[in-house]
Design a protein around this ligand. Structure first.
Ligand SMILES: Nc1ncnc2c1ncn2[C@@H]1O[C@H](COP(=O)(O)OP(=O)(O)OP(=O)(O)O)[C@@H](O)[C@H]1O
Length: 790
């Protein structure tokens, strides 16, 4: 068994043994470290001794190096060659390589201790960061000095990440304001190795970070013509999904819980040949302190839970990525790297895997049991991938195997040259795997991990007692080939091999049974969940149905009300229509006595007045109504024409009568004028007569009175009584006046009353006017009655 033969594999595999935990009950030691072989400085092999009660084989495993319990963090750092990994990342002389540093082991075996250290001791992560910053020195650009650094990095970042300066990020994380700190709300973070006390508030800014082990004596060469930027990102693989540890959780609209969005591992526009975790939040750290604080903040977000094996057990595979970006710098002019426009560089990925565990031993239940199922499944796939490298499958990557879960995809996808893009050559990443084991821990789980992680293994001695114990003679001397003894020995070896195989199969069966148990438990949980979901669905459906029915009833009521309003409006309109119609008839009846009163005008009222059947049967009856209305309209039109004709003839008759009256008026005027003249003449003659009476000499020019007056005058003259004569004259005068009056009012008695009335009306007498109007109305009524205007 030679570990070196397989050292060109995906990983250098180291084994680190955890010291015995004095506080916990531990079992018998089942793992021994073989002493280094001649020429070797450190042990590389271990022997796995099954407990006495089990029929298992003794197995030997080979690793790149085995660290015993007394190995320090610094020993592990130096001997695993982390410095050479970092050197590949800094790439002082060429393109460099990406590096992967991972731990694998049973839960509680010391993975997190190795990678992240404790409150007093640094882990490999802190030491690696220290080495990077120490080596780059002043060439590391600080975003507070270069304000546009994060934007410049964003522009060339293949992961489509949001890049922000460390100070801004840390202020948001360690803010005293509860509303600005996204770390408050999520209660599943872990107390980090720097803060082992779980009761400590998680968001206080660590005041002191461990300084040991000190690696100040170490530095690595770097490219003096370049300037560097250190970009840190952190994510975890939980239940086979990737979550950013530096992004704040987002409140779900449905559940109102704060959750992180799962991210995709995929090729991007700037990285078509390599897959990257897209959409991460990355932080540019200008100093080691900033980087360590960001690491602390991210670790607080990682999912942990207390199990029987470990009070702070990681429930996810944690990824801490340090990207060392560099660009060519010439006299302060940033011209890009390798002729490109942006940044280039390599990354160091540090992975703290979740520990495999047996549910029976860790006594995990419920949610934690489901997590354990996923963890074990992903570790099983990881083991298969590691065995692929042991069997020499590095060149031909079994992509189907790698893509079975997110963990193996993340670990191995970029470990192989991309067949699709041979032109853009990029060095495959270098990997170091540190397997941690507790020699007093869980034998089955530990042996399983050792079996698939070891670079080589060998079954050495069957521990089972031989079925046919060899006799002393057999054991004392080797039998010759073909002899019965030799046959017996080979038969015995065959039996022993078979027994060994049986024991291995039993072990595998036990493991598979365990896997089956956990799967069954998961299935039961899933079924229970399904049932509860179905119940919820039924309840939800019921609630939705009730909501729908309620909504429907509301809408129905609204519709009914709307239609009622429409019907009421229609009925009112119908009533209004018939009222108008009835009004028209009434006016017609008033205006025209000839209106056919036999027309069944009451029928609409009887039929429709206030009865809702009007609207319901309105459509059918409207045609008949229209016909009736049309007939009535035609009758009205005829009547109107007849009335117009009557009006015309009346006008004509009035005009004729007026003309006749005017003529009569003229003749009367003439008669009055003549009479006036005659009276004036008589007056003159009377004046003369009067003068003659007062004068004894009668004037010969005295005018002759009228016949009657003349006769009276002659009589009176004969009496010669002046007073009597005057009385006579007055009587004559009064008589004349009465005659004149009679002449003026003769119309009433001799058929001229109409003329006098018209004249008086023309003079504005209200009495006469009234009489004319009354007469007119009477005539109008008579005209309407008998079609005869006069
Ligand atoms: N080499 C070591 N020296 C001292 N203490 C150790 C060592 N390895 C582990 N421990 C202690 O053992 C306990 C469990 O270790 P750790 O949390 O690192 O286990 P883990 O493998 O990460 O477990 P999980 O997978 O459940 O997260 C811790 O208290 C740790 O300090």
């Amino acid at each position: 068994m030679d570990a070196q033969q397989t050292s060109h594999s995906l990983f250098e595999v180291y084994l680190r043994l955890r010291p015995t935990n004095t506080t916990s009950i531990s079992g018998d030691r089942f793992l021994d470290v073989d002493p280094p072989e001649p020429g070797e400085s450190a042990p590389k092999h271990i022997t796995l001794n099954p407990p006495a009660d089990r029929r298992r084989a003794i197995e030997k495993f080979a690793f790149t190096q085995v660290f015993e319990e007394d190995a320090t963090q610094l020993d592990v750092f130096h001997c695993t060659g982390v410095a050479s990994l970092v050197e590949g990342v800094l790439a002082p002389y060429g393109d460099g390589t990406d590096a992967l540093l991972a731990t694998l082991g049973v839960t509680g075996s010391g993975k997190t201790h190795t990678m992240l250290g404790t409150r007093t001791q640094r882990g490999l992560t802190q030491m690696s960061l220290d080495l990077i910053y120490r080596s780059l020195g002043h060439r590391v650009l600080d975003p507070s000095t270069y304000p546009n650094l994060d934007q410049s990095l964003s522009a060339s970042d293949p992961a489509e990440a949001t890049i922000l300066p460390a100070i801004a990020y840390l202020e948001s994380v360690y803010s005293t304001d509860s509303t600005t700190s996204f770390l408050r709300g999520s209660g599943n973070g872990r107390s980090t190795p720097l803060q082992n006390d779980s009761s400590t508030p998680r968001r206080f800014r660590p005041s002191a970070l461990p300084q040991n082990p000190d690696i100040s004596h170490l530095t690595i060469a770097c490219d003096n013509s370049a300037e560097y930027a250190i970009v840190i990102s952190m994510y975890e693989v939980y239940n086979d999904r990737i979550f950013d540890l530096l992004s704040p959780p987002v409140k779900s609209a449905a559940t109102k819980e704060y959750r992180r969005r799962p991210l995709l591992f995929k090729p991007t526009e700037l990285s078509p040949d390599r897959k990257v975790v897209a959409g991460l939040r990355k932080v540019v750290c200008g100093s080691l302190d900033q980087a360590l604080m960001v690491l602390e903040a991210g670790l607080q977000e990682r999912r942990v839970a207390g199990t029987e094996s470990n009070t702070q057990s990681s429930r996810s595979h944690g990824f801490f990525v340090v990207e060392v970006k560099k660009r060519f710098s010439l006299g302060g002019q940033h011209t890009g790297w390798y002729g490109g426009a942006g940044w280039a560089g390599n990354s160091l990925t540090i992975v703290d895997l979740a520990g495999s565990e047996r549910a029976r031993d860790t006594k995990t239940v419920g949610h934690t049991l489901a997590e354990a199922g996923k963890i074990n499944e992903s570790l099983m796939y990881l083991g298969q991938c590691l065995q692929m490298q042991v069997s020499g499958g590095k060149e031909k990557a079994n992509l189907g195997l790698i893509r079975r879960c997110k963990l193996t995809e993340l670990l191995f996808t970029n470990s192989f040259p991309n067949a699709n893009n041979q032109q853009q050559h990029r060095n495959p990443q270098k990997g170091i795997m540190i397997v941690t084991a507790d020699p007093h821990g869980d034998f089955n789980a530990t042996s399983q991990i050792l079996r698939y992680s070891a670079l080589a293994k060998e079954v050495t001695v069957p521990r089972q007692p031989p079925l046919f114990p060899p006799s002393n003679s057999f054991s004392s001397s080797l039998p010759s080939i073909g002899s019965p003894n030799h046959q017996y020995l080979s038969f015995q070896q065959t039996l022993e091999s078979a027994a060994l195989e049986i024991s291995r199969k039993e072990e595998e069966n036990a493991y598979l049974r365990h896997a089956l148990d956990s799967e069954r438990s998961l299935r039961e949980q899933a079924e229970a969940h399904l049932l509860s979901m179905e119940d919820k669905m039924v309840e939800l459906e019921q609630a939705i149905r009730e909501d729908c029915a309620e909504e429907f009833e509301k809408r129905l009521e609204l519709e009914v009300n709307r239609w009622k309003t429409i019907v009421d409006g229609e009925r009112e309109r119908g009533e209004e229509f018939w009222r108008d119609k009835w009004g028209v008839f009434e006016r017609m009846v008033e205006a025209d006595g000839d209106v056919d009163m036999d027309m069944d005008v009451d029928s609409p009222r009887k039929e429709h007045g206030g009865d809702t059947t009007l609207v319901e049967t309105g459509t059918m009856e409207s045609a008949a109504d229209n016909r009736e209305m049309r007939r009535q309209l035609e009758a009205l039109t005829d009547k109107n024409e007849r009335l117009q004709r009557k009006n015309e003839s009346l006008k004509q008759a009035l005009t004729d009568k007026n003309e006749r009256l005017q003529r009569e008026n003229e003749s009367l005027k003439q008669a009055l004028t003549d009479k006036n003249e005659r009276l004036q003449r008589e007056n003159e003659s009377l004046k003369q007569a009067l003068a003659a009476c007062s004068n004894p000499v009668k004037s010969p020019s005295r005018r002759s009175p009228s016949r009657s007056r003349r006769k009276k005058a002659q009589v009176n003259y004969a009496d010669d009584d002046e007073d009597d004569f005057l009385q006579e004259l007055k009587r004559d005068h009064n008589k004349d006046r009465e005659e004149d009056m009679a002449m003026e009012g003769f119309g009433e008695g001799n058929g001229l009353s109409g003329i006098s009335g018209i004249q008086q009306a023309a003079a504005g007498s209200p009495t006469k006017k009234k009489r004319i109007r009354r007469l007119g109305a009477k005539k109008w009524g008579q005209g309407l009655d008998d079609d005869d205007p006069f």
